[in-house]
Unconditional design. Structure first.
Length: 391
């Protein structure tokens, strides 16, 4: 039997008002001066001040870096690193969505690892060059989607010409990327607009579904993935139509975290394509996932009928009297119904993609690591067909 290594998430603190404990976590981790990484939207919405207030009250000095783009680049990571070094920080706090948390992970990496990031991307076989000697990281998610607060990955847009003559999302993947503390406070997600609630929710559902059917042997993640899908399916419509429902917001936040843990098992073709769309269209990651998920599920269907039947039941579909095949198809139908109710664009063209870009996107998708664990092997021709089906 093969030997498998599994890494469980760090401390997760969940609950309404949990942000008030941020200062005590900084002190426990011997944080003398944190660098707070965020973005302009979080700052202008007043969410960042909710995170800095406990530090102010505890008289803990900090520096801030809020110049993170929706798809963070290696350039902004270096800018953040400069602030960390100039301000003599010794801990990193990420306050924001997946882009902010991924950028914070990359900044943290370079505080103890020699730049450039190119050295450490997984497709450069750089994971073995990453070691544990990094400052502590506290992640405070403000969306319920990526779950980056517990994931081993950080997705960065590579602007370097050393490996490609075009922008491409690349992954830093290591167990050392996981935060020391994931602080989940649903109050910080209450200001998410309806469209962002929908997009991030579909991102989390995609994580659960792709992880559940990924080919890596990881029964722990598989169980967590299915439970995450169940919680997401029971709450996503509620938070979309009633964003002030703090209980449902909390359930979505915790299930998003669970979904990200579960993709230690792997992801699939949806993510390999979606990673390219956010740089080439650009289409927000959650929206790209939502549009691509039904055609990829149809592509995978013959290989995972039993598991898609499980997904249907987890999503709340009444599968009584259905065969496994019927239930599996019902799972795809339910995703399509969700996309319709959540007002997702009806195809990549409506989302802003030009058809002429499809061949390049198909080629770039094959360079992404995620499809390697897709339940049905993918060729570049398959990727093109999937793009055309989603167009």
């Amino acid at each position: 039997m093969n030997i498998h290594s599994y890494f469980l998430p760090p401390q997760i603190e969940f609950g309404e008002g949990a942000i008030a404990n941020l200062a005590s976590h900084v002190q426990t981790l011997d944080g003398k001066k944190p660098l707070i990484v965020s973005d302009a939207g979080i700052n202008s919405a007043g969410i960042l001040s909710q995170a800095t207030s406990p530090l102010d009250n505890a008289s803990i000095p900090y520096a801030t870096f809020i110049d993170i783009e929706p798809n963070p680049t290696d350039i902004s990571v270096l800018d953040g690193l400069k602030v960390y070094q100039e301000e003599k920080c010794n801990l990193v706090i990420a306050v924001g969505g997946g882009s902010v948390m991924d950028a914070a992970k990359a900044i943290r990496l370079l505080t103890t690892h020699e730049p450039p990031l190119e050295t450490y991307y997984i497709d450069s076989e750089g994971a073995d060059k990453i070691h544990a000697d990094m400052p502590p990281l506290i992640c405070v998610p403000t969306t319920a989607g990526t779950g980056s607060e517990v994931s081993q990955g950080a997705i960065i847009t590579d602007t370097s010409l050393q490996t490609t003559n075009r922008l491409r999302k690349r992954a830093l993947i290591t167990r050392f990327n996981m935060s020391n503390v994931a602080l989940l406070d649903p109050e910080l997600t209450l200001k998410m607009p309806q469209a962002l609630t929908a997009a991030t929710g579909m991102d989390a559902i995609t994580h659960g579904i792709e992880a559940y059917v990924a080919t890596k042997y990881h029964p722990i993640s598989e169980g967590v993935a299915l439970q995450a899908i169940k919680i997401l399916g029971a709450n996503i419509r509620t938070v979309y139509h009633n964003g002030d429902n703090i209980t449902a917001r909390g359930e979505m936040l915790l299930a998003s975290c669970m979904g990200a843990f579960s993709f230690q098992k792997g992801l699939g073709a949806v993510h390999s394509i979606a990673h390219q769309l956010s740089t080439d269209a650009p289409i927000p990651h959650g929206i790209a996932n939502a549009i691509l998920l039904p055609p990829v599920m149809e592509f995978n269907l013959p290989h995972v009928i039993d598991k898609y039947a499980d997904v249907a039941e987890a999503l709340g579909v009444n599968v009584n009297g259905m065969s496994k095949g019927e239930a599996a198809c019902a799972a795809i139908d339910e995703i399509q119904e969700l996309n319709k109710e959540l007002n997702m664009p009806k195809g990549l063209r409506k989302a802003g993609l030009d058809r002429e870009k499809l061949p390049k996107l198909a080629a770039d998708s094959m360079l992404d690591h995620c499809h390697k664990l897709n339940p049905r092997p993918c060729t570049e021709s398959d990727m093109l067909k999937l793009l055309e089906a989603a167009f």
